[in-house]
Design a protein around this ligand. Structure first.
Ligand SMILES: *Cc1c(COP(=O)(O)O)cnc(C)c1O
Length: 355
């Protein structure tokens, strides 16, 4: 068995893989593969309906929120958000606290003015800026809830008088949050929700239309809402995998239950790192991510030895992102506690023989 710590695409529940495989051969006893059914058939309409309803239920969304399933990855949302929301003469406020946020800022500048309210670039994004003020005359405030590459996470929702927009790609549904405080949430599915190929967008209809910009149909949230995410052929299979994963999450007890399990995993891992001087955490303690745990060793030679050992033991995805180096262990919802026990045992073992 492999222990899969990949950052994304990443581990999904075993049951999801099994059920998705069966549906490829025969979807619900129809004699047809899920890959060959039309998206405008009752078969798929039922999938779309249940996926939307389940997401609304798990996120406890108000009735005013629309749920969309779109193509193009979270990276498409970096420009689709300002394209829809930001007037050319308007200003959007952004928090710069990691590689993904920086990319979102770059794209937003194509459509209007961007005010960066705070940045943690001075220390290589190893912390979350504090005490920043969100200008009340900006159109919206955008931030990344979890910085997948650097391993930091915003633990509280910032106080804001203007609409909040968040990239939640790497921590959506991992912890209880008041999702209704956001005017727009987006997330690529491939980290906590399902397979690559689909984005989740949760949007408050009332904030749309303010940019007065002519939009291509496929870029216009309002048209996607009117057409129930079926303006064109949706990513049928990717949405089906989301449905299976959301059903699994519901069976686990929902977001509050998974948050408890996620805390147990991250406490065990951070506790192990803190107890072994050989391993050095890279981010400020209060900003540590519960999803992506980043750390290094002082000696690159030893880092390589540990990576080799992980590989030998069937542990996948432990190597850090090329921007940061060292190690990154991702603890997404589907990762079992046993995998964290296995790698922390290995870390203790390694430290005992290499200190
Ligand atoms: C992975 C990730 C992205 C990029 O997602 P794509 O679907 O590959 O475009 C954006 N933001 C965050 C926070 C991510 O973790």
């Amino acid at each position: 068995m492999k222990h899969n710590f990949n950052a994304g695409p990443s581990i999904l529940p075993r049951e999801v893989f099994e059920e998705a495989s069966r549906a490829i051969l025969d979807y619900n006893g129809t004699g047809l593969s899920i890959l060959e059914i039309g998206h405008r058939t009752p078969l798929f309409e039922a999938v779309m309906f249940e996926t939307v309803e389940l997401l609304k239920d798990l996120m406890q969304l108000d009735s005013g929120k629309e749920v969309l399933f779109l193509h193009g990855g979270a990276s498409t949302q970096f420009f689709q958000v300002p394209m829809n929301l930001l007037a050319e003469t308007g200003t959007a406020a952004y928090l710069d606290c990691g590689v993904w946020g920086t990319k979102a800022i770059k794209e937003a500048k194509l459509f209007g003015n961007v005010e960066v309210v705070a940045s943690s670039k001075d220390r290589n994004y190893m912390y979350i800026p504090k005490g920043f003020e969100i200008p009340s005359n900006a159109t919206y405030f955008h931030y990344t809830t979890n910085n997948t590459i650097e391993g930091t996470q915003m633990h509280a929702i910032p106080d804001s008088k203007i609409p909040l927009v968040a990239d939640m790609s790497s921590d959506i549904l991992s912890r209880v949050m008041d999702f209704n405080r956001f005017s727009l949430i987006y997330a690529g599915a491939q980290k906590n929700i399902g397979a690559a190929g689909v984005n989740i967008v949760v949007v408050d209809k009332d904030i749309l239309g303010g940019s007065n910009r002519k939009l291509p149909s496929m870029m216009d949230y309002r048209q996607h809402i009117e057409n129930g995410s079926m303006l064109n052929t949706p990513p049928v299979f990717a949405i089906y995998v989301c449905l299976l994963t959301l059903r699994w999450l519901k069976r686990q007890g929902g977001v509050s239950a998974i948050e408890k399990m996620n805390r147990e995993k991250s406490s065990l891992l951070y506790g192990t790192i803190d107890s072994l001087p050989l391993f050095k955490p890279t981010v400020d303690r209060e900003d540590r991510s519960h999803m992506n745990v980043v750390f290094v060793m002082e000696d690159p030679e030893k880092e390589k030895l540990f990576l080799d050992l992980c590989k030998k033991e069937g542990m996948v995805g432990v190597k850090g992102h090329r921007n940061v180096g060292g190690f990154r262990i991702s603890l997404y919802n589907a990762l079992p506690l046993e995998s964290v026990k296995a790698i922390t045992d290995l870390m203790r073992h390694f430290a005992a023989s290499h200190s």
